[in-house]
Design a binder for this molecule. Sequence first.
Ligand code: ADP
Ligand code: NA
Length: 330
Amino acid sequence: ATRLRVLSGIQPTADSFHLGNYLGALRQWVRLQDTHEPFYCVVDLHAITVEQDPKVLRERTRRSAAQLLALGVDPERSALFVQSHVPEHAQLSWVLECLTGFGEASRMTQFKDKASKQGTDRASVGLFTYPVLQAADILLYQAHAVPVGEDQRQHLELSRNLAQRFNNRFGRTFVVPEPHIVKDTAKIFDLQDPASKMSKSASTVNGLVELLEDPKRSAKKVRSAVTDTGRDIIFDPEHKAGVSNLLTIYSALTGRSVDDLVTAYDGKGYGDLKKDVAEVLVEFVTPFQSRVQSYLDDPAELDKVLARGAEQARAVASKTLAAAYDKVGF
Ligand code: ADP
Ligand code: NA
């Protein structure tokens, strides 16, 4: 049986992925390899919608790819590539931009949020058309499924609308993608401010766990995580956000259910829980970091993996683009 195609991307906009990226998204990328045919890309075209230093961007793109491989993205089962290596993304994006209404694009709430942070006049046109490029990413691979969190629903809806609009106007060309609601995704919160999600841009210094930082530093952050003045280790995100966040992390990293953990910690204190979470985290990141390092120490091998991924991607993307160009009258 042929497997359903899945497409997902991540921006190379930090030196390291953080624990939220892993437990909320990247872990599912690895799992989807068992059931789907994945196309995974490091979306450097998306990254330049806000200003990037070229040297830093290039380095982060490689580090992102190395981290994905170290987390278990398997080039034998997934096409892993860098978006700018496949020119069809930008080419299809232009066609789709010409099918997108200005008003329609103006309703994208993520643009409004991001643009208002930098002043709408200074925001780039690329940031404005970002969701259209995202549609091109998906439609090029005829992806059936796109793993989405709440924050990406509106963009996926635009991708679906553009696929349908193109198909109606020019004849069937694109698969209309469905959201793939992933089970077992965990939303991870800032360790110091458990009301806010862990985020590379918004987290407090000690509330963010970067997968590539010194594991001792991560352990210390966990041991000094904000909890509450109570004593009971129970899962209650509303009243015990800090403790619940630690239970979520522990459960996600070990596969033990939260209920199991609550039972196991009956009568124990917050200090015991923090110590144990710190320990499982260190056990996870230590071998991860040495795998990342081995990819970074062998740039030729990393280049080879990414070149092969781009080749696999282009084999599909070039066919889709040719069909779309032909339909449009090019
Ligand atoms: P950030 O919020 O740090 O800027 P991104 O927006 O680049 O991270 O997110 C990349 C992926 O990681 C997305 O799929 C996003 O939903 C997921 N993600 C980011 N932060 C978290 C979090 N705290 N908990 C769960 N998933 C997260
Ligand atoms: Na974000």
